[in-house]
Structures are given as structure tokens and as C-alpha cells.
Design a protein around this ligand. Structure first.
Ligand SMILES: O=C(O)c1ccccc1NCC(=O)[C@H](O)[C@H](O)COP(=O)(O)O
Length: 228
């Protein structure tokens, strides 16, 4: 059975032309960052305007870090993301409380997330999530371009009840195909690796990244179709 196509989310978009490039290159989702300390931060009006530039069949993911509930709700109401991404220390009840599909991010290498069993235990608390996103630990929470040791996902990969795995953290066109071959994630997520400057995406890097994902998918066609 063929390996299902790896989905791609491109995160941290701030310009309509980058959304157009991502969509025409085949990205499945674009990420809008609502973390005030981020260089990719969007205001509500800017996000509404960018949302209007997202074509049909491309999902919008709204990313938060420990945000007040009313800020998340305002984005849900006004930007209409298909998926929320919680990238901080949000507990399960908070994440589920919006009654909106969400993805919980885990920053691997942080205390408690530095062993495969610790990672699995943390992720299993979020069994209601639509997906689990695994990123590298960085003091600034995410979008750092840092990688993590993939063996930290060993217990998650062996666990039959796992949620779909989104691989993030330092991916780029030179590395993503090998990561797909090794891990076979449901989706990959990239930000820094397709940028020319923070928040400014490079059309060439986006296209190269999408080509490399297709190469990674092609390399696993004849193997066991199991994905995480
Ligand atoms: O992009 C940010 O500035 C950001 C800030 C706070 C939390 C998360 C953030 N970004 C997350 C992402 O862009 C991706 O989900 C992921 O971390 C991949 O980033 P990168 O390593 O830069 O490819």
C-alpha cells in the first residue's frame, strides 16, 4: 500500500504573497502566530485580511502561547481558523474548552520532555487533540529553527493510540526528506527553514521544501505504510 502523502503546514506567514506562494506550491495549511513576543506576530485586523487571501481547501492554523481565553475566542470568531495550535503550557481542559479542533505542541528537550516515556506521557494527556506537534525546546517557545533528537519520539511511535504526529523544529529542504523517511509523520511543519528573514517567506525556499517533501514521500512508497 502506498505511503499517504505527508501534509505540509507552513507557519508564521505575515504577507499575502507568501500565502499565495505556499498555496500554489501545494501547502495544506498556513499558520498565523498570535504570540506577542514573536517576530511573526499578527494583529487581529492583519490576520482577518490575510485570512481572506487563503484559498479554499487550504487550512488556517492559529497559534497561541498561554494566551488569555478571550484572545483565543476573538481569533476563532473573527479569523475563523480551521485548527488551533497551543504551543505553550496549556492544560488539556483549557485546550478542549474552546470546542474547536486543536493541535497541542510539545517542546522536546524541555524538563519532563527529555525522554521517550516522558514525551509519550505528556502527549497522552492530550488525547482529545486532533494532532500532536513535536517541536524542539527553545526559550522563545518556537519557530527557532532548532532540531531535536528524533529518538525522543520512539515511545510515541510504538503506541497504537497515538494521535497523528506533526513533525516540526528546524526542518528545511535539505533535511525534510530524510525526516519523512525515518519517521513517516502525518504532517511536517516549517517556519524558519523557508524564510529569508523572520516573518518573510522565500518563494524559492518554499518550492524547494515542497519538492523535498515529495521526494521523501516517494522514498517510502514501497515500504510499510504505517505512519504516526
Ligand atoms: O513562529 C514563532 O515565532 C513562534 C513563536 C512561539 C511559538 C511558536 C512559534 N512558531 C512555531 C512554528 O513556527 C512551528 O510550529 C514550528 O515551531 C517550526 O518552527 P521552525 O523550527 O522555525 O521551522
Amino acid at each position: 500500500m502506498p505511503h499517504p502523502r505527508t501534509r505540509v503546514k507552513i507557519c508564521g506567514l505575515t504577507r499575502p504573497q507568501d500565502i499565495a506562494t505556499a498555496a500554489s506550491a501545494g501547502a495544506d495549511a498556513v499558520g498565523f502566530v498570535f504570540y506577542p513576543q514573536s517576530s511573526r506576530l499578527l494583529g487581529l485586523e492583519q490576520a482577518r485580511s490575510l485570512r481572506a487571501a487563503v484559498p479554499a481547501f487550504v487550512d488556517v492554523v492559529a497559534l497561541f502561547v498561554n494566551a488569555p481565553r478571550d484572545e483565543v475566542q476573538a481569533v476563532i470568531d473573527q479569523v475563523r481558523p480551521g485548527l488551533l495550535q497551543f504551543h505553550g503550557d496549556e492544560p488539556p481542559e483549557y485546550c478542549a474548552g474552546f470546542h474547536h479542533p486543536y493541535m497541542r505542541a510539545f517542546r522536546l528537550g524541555a524538563p519532563g520532555l527529555d525522554t521517550p516515556q516522558g514525551v509519550l506521557a505528556a502527549a497522552q494527556q492530550h488525547g482529545a487533540a486532533a494532532a500532536w506537534l513535536f517541536d524542539s525546546y527553545s526559550p522563545g517557545y518556537g519557530g527557532s529553527g532548532k532540531t531535536f533528537d528524533l529518538s525522543l519520539l520512539d515511545a510515541v511511535r510504538r503506541e497504537p493510540g497515538s494521535r497523528p504526529v506533526v513533525l516540526a523544529g528546524g526542518l528545511n529542504a535539505a533535511t525534510v526528506a530524510a525526516s519523512i523517511r525515518d519517521l513517516r509523520p502525518y504532517a511536517v511543519d516549517v517556519s524558519s527553514g523557508v524564510e529569508s528573514a523572520p516573518g518573510i517567506k522565500s518563494a524559492e525556499k518554499i518550492k524547494a521544501f515542497m519538492r523535498a517533501v515529495a521526494q521523501g514521500d516517494g522514498a517510502v512508497v514501497d515500504k510499510d505504510a504505517q505512519t504516526v
